[in-house]
Design a protein around this ligand. Structure first.
Ligand SMILES: Nc1ncnc2c1ncn2[C@@H]1O[C@H](COP(=O)(O)OP(=O)(O)OP(=O)(O)O)[C@@H](O)[C@H]1O
Ligand SMILES: [Mg+2]
Length: 164
């Protein structure tokens, strides 16, 4: 696992960052990806960062903060406090403006609403339990919105802990 993460970090530095062009045009809207080298794929963008996957690393994602957007250090700290919990990702590595995180599968509740997909009550119960767990670890979860929660197979997960 350590070797895998080291090789992904190397791949990020060699193949992603040199050609990636990310811009936060407005702090209240998602960052814009102007250029992304193949074979990287963009999985989503938030107001601080965009998240990418490489086909050779199916269980990890790379979250890159846009120039001028703060918060990466506190996100690393939050993951340190959360430890290993099924409703959260994990941070394996961070350097400069990027993090390597555990990949979470599912559909954001924002996309579920747009696509007319049902959101079963256990999804919301999982999220409530996850937020209670975060509070029990001394955190104050906020910014819990539809793009920061995903559902899969009737379970809920929190994809973004940057404002906890
Ligand atoms: N661990 C992950 N696995 C899979 N997809 C992810 C993961 N983390 C983030 N994503 C996707 O990338 C999108 C943007 O990531 P994230 O919400 O962490 O960015 P952000 O800029 O911190 O957001 P915000 O504007 O809410 O602060 C998410 O909405 C989700 O679609
Ligand atoms: Mg987000």
């Amino acid at each position: 696992m350590v070797d895998l993460i080291a090789s992904l970090a190397h791949c990020v530095c060699q193949t992603l960052l040199p050609e990636l062009r990310l811009e936060s045009l407005d702090p209240h809207n998602p960052v814009v990806v102007h250029a992304l080298p193949a074979p990287w794929r963009c999985l989503g963008a938030g107001n601080y960062a965009a998240v990418f996957a490489h086909p050779a690393y199916s269980d990890q994602v790379v979250k890159v903060y846009a120039p001028g957007r703060p918060g990466i250090e506190s996100e690393v700290e939050v993951y340190g406090r959360l430890g290993d919990h099924p409703a959260f990702s994990q941070c394996y590595f961070s350097q400069g403006n990027f993090l390597i995180l555990k990949r979470l599968l599912g559909v954001t509740l924002y996309d579920a609403l747009h696509r007319g997909l049902a959101i079963p009550p256990p999804v919301i119960r999982d999220i409530d339990a996850a937020l209670d767990y975060a509070r029990s670890r001394g955190l104050s979860p906020h910014d819990v919105h539809g793009r920061n929660i995903m559902q899969r197979d009737g379970h809920g997960v929190v994809v973004d802990v940057s404002d906890f």
